[in-house]
Design a protein around this ligand. Sequence first.
Ligand code: BV8
Length: 249
Amino acid sequence: MEDHANLAARWLAGAGSIVALTGAGVSAESGIPTFRGEGGLWRTYRAEDLATPSAFARDPILVWEWYRYRQGICAAAAPNAAHAALARIEERAPGFTLITQNVDGLHRRAGSRNLVEVHGDIFRARCTVCGANRELTGAEEETIPACPGGHTMRPDIVWFGETLPENAIAKAHRASASADLFLVIGTSAIVYPAASFPLIAKDRGARLVEVNPEETPLTPLADLSFRGKAAEILPLLVDRAFSRPVEDS
Ligand code: BV8
């Protein structure tokens, strides 16, 4: 572990182009339940049951109640040391791109700016009639937000069976294809096309470093895979990488 941490820190300090892909695990230590771990259930529903266009068409109130419940958890949560470590990489490594599957807004609150939110933002609603967007706090009176034209709005979230925003895919693909170092943090790596970005990087010769308490389908492909929590491992690697004198890297 000691050698691996030093090696990963050296790669971090010396990489020309770094990309990270995060999943729900990076927000676990902020108290936000992961999708597929325990706590991922709401009432008797699984995320996959509700995060679909058909669930929304069938019962928009139920789906909005689920998002309102999650908005409350996300609003009450604070970014943790893993979010802060990723924001620090952006400060120290120009051109760093952070691709996140998370919709909780914690990376932005931690200071990350070169951020690609491939699955949307839980605090934004979108009107399917007029296309209006609306920023939500989660404290609105109404469960289902309406656009200025009075139409029912939907969460601005990418549901299963829906394509990701074109610009998000293009930016994530471009960054992944030119990465020297690709970090995969806190994701089960089973949702596509997000899980394809580390594969694109690896195919182009990037080093792959994974941080996850459990093994994932990416583990066999990783050059280094740390079995641990993001809020413990990431700060350790970033401290070693960016507090060392440059000539050491
Ligand atoms: C699409 C928004 C075109 C909702 C989400 C091949 C190609 C293309 C599509 C597919 C394909 N195969 C299958 C598909 C369909 C589907 C898919 O991938 N299904 C999976 C389940 C097999 N993909 C789609 O539908 C995508 N659309 O491609 O359109 C198309 C359409 C139909 C058919 C073909 C093509 C859209 C996918 C987006 C869905 N929306 N989120 C919302 O949030 O409400 S995805 C959802 O899963 C979340 O965004 C989440 O982020 C994401 C991935 O989950 P994880 O983040 O990894 O979370 P999970 O709980 O699974 O894992 C947490 C991990 O953290 C674990 O590994 C755990 O060990 C670890 N962990 C825990 N604690 C910690 C930790 N790690 C570090 N530190 C800790 N402390």
